[in-house]
Design a protein around this ligand. Structure first.
Ligand code: A3D
Length: 320
């Protein structure tokens, strides 16, 4: 049986980290693609040379030719430009939309059967555009944001409660931006919902509100510290979790930017929702009940994403 093939479109900070993680976890053979000749080849060789030390069997290669992604089972897309301090994710729209066009066409021609995970920002609009340009089925094209946003929320909560992060679950829905919706009611420590923990006096509402806000600003906090780019370790780990759910048919329940048609009152729209990922890609969108406040936050988030999608249509007439 041939080994699984993982194509990484974009070999920058996240792309390189993805390649390293995929090799360490022996997920399959890895092809790094980039337009910057030398970067994908150099990173592939460097990681391959760590193989004898780490003891993994995975072939790594770097390329600037889409032909080399042929037959990929999974494509993870990070091609484009990241944020610099002072920039919002939305500032990247015009430049990264053009990148999505070439990437979508490359995947359409050479890896049409792949499960495609988009990470490029602004995420919800870019995953929509990538799906349009690639023409792949909606269940096979998904955006990574909710796993990362939820991981940040879980990390902050585990520090606040001084418990293992394995015992903290959290849900963040909506668009990957300032309007994302961390759902405290559906987030738990050892199965106890966060509002109950406030009632029990384990934390205060003020502290919880501050954690929610820090989660919303999680990306900007890292950008502010790094100054030269955006987060890459946690984003890469999050996309790897989604790829594993698909490749191993795990039926994981993960929040992702998925195509929502019917649920949440939406008709054909990409936004962060809880999904089940298995061998058929996005197998189900879970339509959880939102209370009035949560629904209002979700609607605001959806409106923000809709604005970005309309902006994409204004820039590229083939999307209109
Ligand atoms: P970076 O290290 O700059 O890597 C991007 C790579 O894309 C570079 O190596 C470029 O040469 C390459 N590239 C540019 N244009 C093309 C093209 N047309 N075809 C192929 N490759 C191309 O950035 P990064 O890895 O830090 O971040 C990548 C993207 O992920 C950015 O858009 C970030 O904003 C985004 N990001 C998203 C999240 C989410 O949670 C959704 C988190 C962090 C970063």
């Amino acid at each position: 049986m041939a080994r699984t093939k993982i194509a990484l479109i974009g070999s920058g900070m996240i792309g390189g980290t993805l390649a390293h993680l995929a090799a360490l976890k022996e997920m399959g053979d890895v092809v790094l693609f980039d337009i910057a000749d030398g970067i994908p080849q150099g990173k592939a060789l460097d990681i391959a040379e760590s193989g004898p030390v780490e003891g993994f069997d995975a072939a790594l290669s770097g390329t600037t030719s889409y032909e080399d992604i042929a037959g990929a089972d999974v494509c993870i897309v990070t091609a484009g430009v990241p944020r610099k301090p002072g920039m919002s994710r939305d500032d990247l729209l015009g430049i990264n939309l053009k990148v999505m066009k070439s990437v979508g066409e490359g995947i359409k021609e050479h890896a049409p059967d792949a499960f495609v995970i988009c990470i490029t920002n602004p995420l919800d609009a870019m995953v929509w555009a990538l799906r349009e340009f690639s023409g792949l089925p909606h269940n096979k094209v998904v955006g990574m944001a909710g796993v990362l946003d939820s991981a940040r929320f879980r990390h902050f909560l585990s520090v606040e409660f001084d418990v293992s992060m394995r015992d903290v679950t959290a849900f963040v829905l909506g668009g990957h931006g300032d309007t994302m919706v961390p759902l405290t009611r559906y987030s738990t420590v050892g199965g106890i919902p966060l509002p109950d923990l406030v009632k029990m006096g384990w934390t205060s509402q003020e502290k919880l509100d501050a954690i929610v806000q820090r989660t919303r600003d999680g990306g900007a906090e890292i950008v502010g510290l790094l100054k030269t780019g955006s987060a890459y370790y946690a984003p890469a780990a999050s996309a790897i979790e989604m790829a594993q759910a698909y490749l191993n048919d795990q039926k994981r329940l993960l929040p992702c930017a998925a195509y929502v048609d019917g649920a949440y009152g939406l008709d054909g729209f990409y936004v962060g929702v809880p999904t089940i990922i298995g061998a058929n890609g996005i197998e189900k969108v879970i339509d959880i009940e939102l209370n009035k406040d949560e629904q209002a936050m979700f609607d605001k988030s959806v409106d923000a994403v809709k604005g970005l999608v309309e902006a994409c249509k204004g820039i590229d007439s083939s999307l209109a």
